[in-house]
Design a binder for this molecule. Structure first.
Ligand SMILES: *Cc1c(COP(=O)(O)O)cnc(C)c1O
Length: 362
């Protein structure tokens, strides 16, 4: 690759489109005649206001976000959303969660601080290797919302069909699949995504929330910053936002629009994932860790017959010029994260490497 860059299979922060990085580099010292870098700019300036407004407008176009939804840029990444969701949406103090892996478990643990959490489905029985049936969930009448992690980054599962929430608000953590495929926003009450997985730099989450869920009557303990309404009422400029992340994400939104939008991304992502899954399916050495119909197009966990061999493949992959193929410490094995910005050539090169390794070691 150009600049001596490497095929980086990190789960996040992760690769960004090369042409976006080039544009950012070109604008680094003097953003469009402003005399300064975006990092040095007042968040109240006209120049920055335009960057922010265009980022929101482009995201709205890209996802087809209906007018009755607000788009918020919130600091604190994904983990802060684990708390903001229950703080803002638990009115009756009851929420339903689907437990599908590490990230939904963290969300559950955080929500339990603020109310009663009912786990309405779980795939814990099989090491979170599948998405449980969510077609007939037992949802109490007083539930405030139903929460899913739509793509479990560590476990490598994804929903291809949304749960039947029986009319309750659906909340989704889309961090590791955001903008990877078309999304009908009107099916959700709230979507949030930490942007460092599939969009831009770390330190920010995008929140898309239906207006009627914004509340004036939050409990007093909720910090001003943690109220979605604070951000909605101030165009995400209540305090100094993560200007740099908004700028970089805005570039990626434009890049996606220019390259065919989310339909085109989905097609590319399906092709890329198929290259890797087809290889794993026929391999006698490497095995995919997830039930076929629930396999993520973004995060692909797989194993060899032993932990020692897993470690050896990771070491050999580094020597061959790949990076970050080690599985998350909680599950082991290997994992290739192949987000929007991973070129098809990167996945092809990885498969060539794995093929060769298998031929030489079996
Ligand atoms: C990474 C990740 C998070 C946590 O994001 P942070 O920004 O590190 O707090 C939450 N949910 C999912 C699905 C993730 O992949």
């Amino acid at each position: 690759m150009k600049y001596g860059r490497t095929y980086n299979f990190s789960a996040g922060p992760a690769m960004m489109p090369e042409e976006v990085l080039e544009e950012i580099a070109a604008e680094m010292m003097n953003y469009r005649g402003s005399g300064m870098c975006v990092m040095e700019m007042s968040h109240r300036s006209k120049v920055f206001q335009q960057i922010r407004d265009e980022a929101e407008a482009d995201l709205r176009t890209l996802m087809g976000i209906p007018d009755n939804y607000k788009v918020l840029f919130v600091q604190g990444g994904g983990t802060v959303q684990f708390a903001m969701v229950p703080m803002n949406l638990m009115k009756n103090g009851v929420a339903c969660y689907v437990e599908t892996g590490n990230w939904s478990k963290k969300a559950i643990k955080e929500a339990q601080k603020y109310g009663e959490v009912k786990i309405v489905a779980s795939s814990a029985d099989k090491n979170f290797s599948y998405i449980p049936d969510c077609s007939d969930l037992d949802i109490p009448d007083n539930a405030d919302y139903v929460y899913i992690c739509e793509n479990e980054t560590i476990n490598g599962t994804t929903y291809f069909k949304l749960p039947d929430t029986k009319g309750k608000v659906l909340v989704s953590d889309q961090s590791s699949m955001f903008l990877s495929r078309p999304c009908d926003v009107s099916k959700y009450g709230l979507i949030w995504a930490g942007v460092q997985k599939n969009v831009g730099p770390a330190g920010m989450a995008v929140v898309i929330v239906r207006e009627d869920l914004l509340r004036d009557d939050l409990p007093k303990f909720v910090p001003t910053y943690m109220s979605y309404k604070t951000h909605a009422d101030n165009d995400s400029l209540y305090n100094t936002p993560n200007c740099w992340a908004i700028y970089c994400c805005g570039k990626v939104f434009k890049y996606l629009l220019k390259n065919g939008g989310l339909e085109a991304m989905n097609k590319r992502n399906e092709e890329k994932a198929a290259i890797l899954y087809d290889f794993l399916d026929q391999s006698k050495f490497f095995t995919g860790a997830v039930r076929k119909e629930d396999r993520s197009l973004m995060n692909v966990p797989f194993v060899t017959p032993s932990k020692e061999q897993d470690a050896d493949v990771v070491a050999a992959s580094k020597a061959a010029g790949f990076d970050n193929l080690k599985g998350h410490k909680s599950v082991g094995g290997l994992r290739a994260s192949i987000y929007n910005a991973m070129p098809k050539e990167g996945v092809e090169a990885l498969v060539e490497f794995l093929k060769k390794y298998e031929a030489e070691h079996t």
